[in-house]
Design a protein around this ligand. Structure first.
Ligand SMILES: *Cc1c(COP(=O)(O)O)cnc(C)c1O
Length: 836
């Protein structure tokens, strides 16, 4: 905030700009500089804004005359200018595409711990996404909420029960700047809630080249209660949640309009922000003087919904009554009834007893949707099946883009150096397919083993430090001395396990047989050490009980040297863990882990994965570089004992022996082969570079093209589509599919049928033969051709097509579906009619 911005000596004035660019959170070339300014504040906050605020004038004056410091500063400034000004990968390869801008909406953003607006994987992904867009030069802005409190900080009481502390997100020391209007005043946006206006102040976080806009309800003009709307991430009850989602979606889109940004793609990171699509419609209605339905047809093609939930119960739902109260006015304004709006959030639009489901709203107002791994894409097709009655599950329109991680954020400096050695200065500012895996053969085993050993040693140092800090705040006033114990060993196999303590992640599976785990860790010939971390949701008693089990277990004297539970899992801790562990363990219950990303963070550093065949690992696993738990089947809690047994066996019989299998030089050749393969093959594939390219090629570009077509010529196409849909809806019941005959012809079947189309024109429907997959034979779909009109009948036709004979006639069914060259079917029109 302006009043806290220090007057810096002129040679250092540029530091304000550097401090405000979150690039320092992944580009560590500035670390030494912040450290020199104020080691204590830098070490404890990792926040350059605080560093500048807490450094004395005297020290600043000294540094302003220090040639070394000034040289380092000049280098950083020059490097940053180059980063910002040089055309990125996107500018080089996508110069002639119709895409103008992408708005990425998310409830959480985990860019770095100095801006704590995240709870877990969803937020970390959003943070990684922005950083990658910046690195690659993709024209994207983020839209989120500024919470007055971050997610809770964790500690434990004497009984090992998790305690939560909520820290105030003091905007005056966050790396944010107020967004100013043209006239110099602080910009705000207004939304209407229950006949009153709520104002949101707007902040900007600069994430390299990308701007993240954050709405903050703590506006001095708001009623006291309203000032707390953005007080906590996932805090409060149903109503506050709804209000937050309105703030994000409606307020967020209003802000984009207000800024006059050219946005063609609205990307919803989870359904929380789905109201943005309604506000986009409203703005469109006003701007082009069209009605709601035409605006829906025009804008929908520019919306993308990414779902992250593996179970239907995970979606946000609201009672209709609540929505009626909050959205009644908006519906009126858009010229539709509240029933029309409610119908968009129901599986069965006519079922008034159904609650309003945000994910359903997103499905209905986005022409494209995707899950976050191959498996999760299929799971999502099952979840969204109710929106597409009578459609085969495999045709439910949800694709997938497997998540990735922003490698520079998770890479240790030593591994980063190896990537640079092989692939040049900016390995992650380009297309990941440039990172040819074969090049990894050039590195000797010694080099790789050196990397693993140094990284492990660094992690051990860090873990000991965290351990000592924990011990201090645990110990009583009378005895503040450190325990007479030096835990961990930099030379032994190091396992990491850290994640949210959610039931499906089975965070106590390793503890299934505590004696066996103890024996495994304390084996004198092949010792093992384990680092554990994770938070349970404050209301999750079960998760807290599992944490307590770990707290009790670590008290055992025998394991004390081999096991540390590190409190307060956050990005910084995750970064240290993934940089130093040999093996990352993940054992969720399939198919509950939509993707999972923590295991991807070890790849760039040479860590190996031992994971359930769930989420990303279900598509990534290969014995050439890792270990898999389970057989890919789906079971309940009854399977836990067997999975625990399998987990112990993998460790005892494969992983530990492999790590300790050494040659005459004491080098574990087989281990290093796994490590090399994992680094070389998996890192590029599970990077956000690959992920963002998938989104660009498979979603953003087709969507932008389609949106452009629907916007051209005063929205003529959108209007045509809307009429097409209305017409089909009115006459669909008039379609009659006649008897199907299949006759042999030249080694094929000739399929023939008569179709009565009633009031529908032939070009508005497609008549298809469809066969389900059977064993190895895939699903097939063959479109029949209109051969000739039936004499003596009105709008009735003979259709026919040639069907190969490799499967029995009984496999085939006949159906009619809606057809238009510019519509997404069935996403935008799920009408379907099967022959009896
Ligand atoms: C990566 C990360 C997550 C997500 O990890 P999952 O394995 O997907 O659960 C959660 N929290 C933090 C701090 C992380 O860094």
């Amino acid at each position: 905030m302006p009043n806290l911005e220090r007057q810096l000596p002129p040679p250092l004035a540029i530091l304000h700009e550097l401090a405000a660019d979150l690039q320092w959170s992944w580009n560590h070339s500035g670390d030494a500089l912040w450290h020199r300014l104020n080691p204590a504040i830098w070490e404890s906050t990792g926040n350059p804004v605080s560093v500048l605020q807490f450094t004395s004038d005297q020290h600043l004056q000294q540094l302003a005359k220090d040639p070394d410091f000034l040289t380092h500063l000049a280098q950083l400034v020059a490097a940053r200018r180059r980063y910002l000004d040089e055309p990125g990968w996107y500018q080089q390869h996508y110069s002639n595409v119709p895409l103008k801008g992408i708005a990425y909406f998310s409830m959480e953003f985990g860019v770095c711990d100095a801006l704590p607006l995240y709870a877990g994987g969803l937020g970390i992904l959003a943070g990684d996404y922005l950083k990658t867009a910046s690195d690659l030069g993709v024209p994207l802005v983020g839209v989120g909420l500024l919470y007055q409190e971050g997610y809770f900080r964790q500690s434990f009481d004497n009984q090992g029960w998790q305690q939560q502390t909520y820290l105030f997100n003091d905007p005056g020391s966050l790396p944010l700047t107020p967004l100013l209007d043209k006239d110099g005043s602080w910009m705000d946006v207004a939304t209407n809630f229950l006949c009153r206006e709520v104002l949101f102040r707007v902040w900007v976080a600069q994430v390299g080249r990308v701007k993240l806009y954050l709405l903050d309800s703590n506006h001095p003009c708001n009623q006291p209660r309203d000032r707390g709307i953005t007080s906590q991430l996932y805090g409060g009850g149903t109503e506050l949640r709804l209000v937050q989602e309105i703030a994000l979606g409606i307020g967020g889109w209003r802000l984009l309009e207000r800024l006059g940004l050219e946005i063609d793609i609205c990307h919803l990171n989870e359904g929380h922000a789905a109201f943005a699509t309604l506000e986009r419609i409203r703005a469109h209605c006003v701007k082009y003087q069209v009605d709601f339905w035409q605006a829906l047809w025009a804008t929908r093609s520019g919306n993308l919904f990414t779902t992250h939930t593996p179970v239907a119960a995970g979606f946000d739902r609201y009672p209709s009554e609540l929505l009626r109260r909050y959205a009644g006015e908006a519906a009126l304004e858009m010229g539709v009834t509240m029933e029309d709006i409610l119908a968009l959030g129901r599986a069965n639009p006519k079922d008034a007893s159904e609650e309003f489901n945000m994910a359903y709203l997103a499905m209905r107002t986005c022409a494209r949707s995707n899950g976050v791994s191959e498996l999760h894409g299929q799971v999502s097709q099952r979840i969204f099946q109710p929106l597409f009655p009578r459609w085969p599950q495999r045709e439910v329109p949800v694709g997938h883009v497997t998540n990735g991680v922003h490698m520079p954020s998770w890479a240790a400096s030593d591994s980063d150096a190896l990537w640079r050695q092989l692939f040049g200065d900016n390995p992650w500012q380009q297309n990941e397919t440039q990172l040819n895996p074969a090049r990894w053969q050039e590195l000797s085993d010694q080099t790789l083993w050196q990397l693993a050993s140094t990284s492990r040693a660094r992690l051990v140092d860090y873990a000991r430090l965290r351990y000592q800090r924990q011990w201090r705040h645990e110990s009583s006033q009378l005895d503040c001395s450190l325990p007479n114990l030096h835990p961990l060993d930099p030379n032994i196999l190091t396992l990491g396990f850290a994640r949210r303590f959610a039931e499906y992640k089975r965070p106590d599976l390793l503890l299934h047989d505590p004696e066996r785990l103890t024996r495994l860790l304390c084996n004198s010939r092949h010792p093992v050490q384990l680092l554990v971390a994770g938070k349970a949701h404050p209301a999750d008693k079960l998760g807290k009980a599992k944490l307590q089990r770990w707290q009790e277990f670590v008290q055992r004297d025998e394991v004390a040297k081999h096991l540390i539970f590190i409190e307060d899992y956050d990005i910084a801790l995750a970064r240290h863990l993934v940089q130093g562990v040999d093996v990352w363990i993940n054992n969720p219950r399939r198919p509950w882990e939509a993707c999972g990303t923590s295991g991807m963070k070890v790849l760039v550093n040479g860590g190996l994965n031992l994971s359930s065949l769930d989420g990303w690992w279900a598509e990534a696993y290969d014995p050439a570089y890792g270990w898999a738990l389970g057989d890919g089947g789906e079971y309940g809690a009854e399977q836990d004992a067997a999975d625990a047994e399998a987990l112990y066996q993998l460790l005892e019989q494969q992983i530990i022996p492999c790590f300790y299998e050494r040659d005459a030089e004491d080098i574990p050749r087989r281990w290093l082969q796994l490590m090399r393969t994992s680094m070389a093959q998996l890192t590029p594939r599970f990077s956000t570079n690959r992920m963002l390219r998938d989104y660009l090629d498979n979603y953003y570009l087709p969507a932008a093209r389609q949106y452009q077509q629907r916007m051209d010529k005063q929205g003529a196409l959108a209007q045509e589509l809307r009429l097409w849909q209305q017409h089909l809806a009115r006459h669909w019941h008039e379609i009659h599919l006649g008897k199907l005959t299949m006759t042999e012809r030249a080694g094929n079947w000739l399929a023939e049928t008569q179709v009565y189309l009633g009031g529908i024109a032939p070009e508005q429907v497609a008549i298809e033969m469809i066969a389900d997959p059977v064993g190895e034979v895939p699903a097939e779909c063959i479109r029949l051709q209109l051969a000739y009109p039936l004499t003596g009948a009105i709008n009735a036709y003979h259709y026919q097509g040639v069907i190969p004979q490799h499967r029995p006639v009984s496999d085939w069914s006949l159906r009619a579906i809606a057809c238009h060259p510019h519509a997404q079917v069935p996403a935008e029109n799920p009408l379907i009619c099967w022959a009896d």
